[in-house]
Write a protein that binds this ligand. Structure first.
Ligand code: SAM
Length: 268
């Protein structure tokens, strides 16, 4: 379903939604209104993350009877930070086919105008809400090489901006706000300045956000991170020169690169 502009509902989606026997919808009232405006009057059944396991079994029963079903989200693409993944897996397990009807998705809409590389790409959906889990997940995200995408709710966007300022300073960030809507805004900014941008004008906090981070310019590879861990562990038990030599032998990273990390001196 559209993420703002009703006109983004594609003709093929309308055609398929008119043709299926049942539409599974998150909020049947919201979707019925939109679909009525394009002449779709197919029977709808409500479907959300709480009802998904039970509804998945009913979906299988409907498929066994020869019915066809479509799954829609209130906004965007089902199963992308929205219910749907579980039922898709069940349908596949039972050997029925699931076909996509590509349409609006906040993730791809933001990425396509970010100017950041589309691969490698790491999508984290919504970060946890508990501060410690949130920090941990953000750190995991920031350690990934490539472009990062995070969904965020308006009441947590300042918190995320603050954490990005603290943990990702210097990294290019796009706050894609209210995509396809009247107050659409693409805020291209550098981490370190994110929180103040929001605090300067509380109106900026309103709406829906996709946060896209460009790749870190100083990204270390996972091999470098593992080598550093190994080096530190070995240096607890061995002299720096020996720890650097063993780490070099295991990882292939030259000793002359590793030794200064322990001692600050270039001499081995
Ligand atoms: N399945 C949806 C999709 O395909 O994009 C995402 C659903 S998720 C529950 C809702 C989140 O998507 C919002 O909190 C926001 O991060 C993002 N989002 C949805 N619509 C948006 C829009 N118009 N502009 C910016 N972000 C949007």
């Amino acid at each position: 379903m559209p993420i703002g502009q009703r006109g983004d509902l594609a003709p093929r989606a309308v055609e398929i939604l008119s043709r299926v026997d049942v539409i599974l919808a998150e909020d049947t009232r919201v979707s019925r209104q939109i679909l009525k405006s394009v002449g779709v009057s197919t029977r709808m059944v409500s479907f959300n993350s709480h009802s998904e396991p039970g509804k998945a079994e009913k979906v299988i029963q409907s498929l066994e009877k020869g019915e066809s079903l479509a799954l829609i989200s209130d906004a965007g693409t089902p199963a992308i930070s929205d219910p749907g993944g579980f039922v898709v897996r069940r349908v596949i397990e039972y050997g029925y086919s699931v076909i996509p009807v590509p349409g609006p998705c906040a993730l791809t809409a933001a990425l396509s105008v970010s100017g950041f590389p589309s691969a490698p790409l790491h999508f984290f959906g919504f970060l946890p809400t508990k501060p410690s889990a949130r920090d941990q997940e953000l750190e995991t995200a920031l350690a990934c090489a490539g472009t990062l995408i995070i969904y965020e709710a308006p009441h947590r966007i300042v918190d995320l901006a603050k954490r990005l300022d603290a943990k990702a300073v210097g990294r290019s960030v796009l706050f894609a706000r209210e995509l396809t809507k009247t107050h659409e805004q693409l805020i291209r900014i550098t981490a370190g300045q994110c929180e103040s941008w929001f605090i300067d004008n509380p109106d900026r906090i309103r709406g829906e956000f996709v946060v896209v981070l460009g790749p870190s310019k100083t990204q270390r590879s996972s091999c470098e991170v593992a080598a550093e861990k190994l080096l530190v562990m070995l240096a607890r038990e061995l002299p720096p020169s020996k720890a650097a030599a063993l780490t070099s032998e295991i990882t292939g990273i030259p000793k002359r690169t590793l030794y200064p990390q322990l001692t600050g001196k270039s001499e081995v």
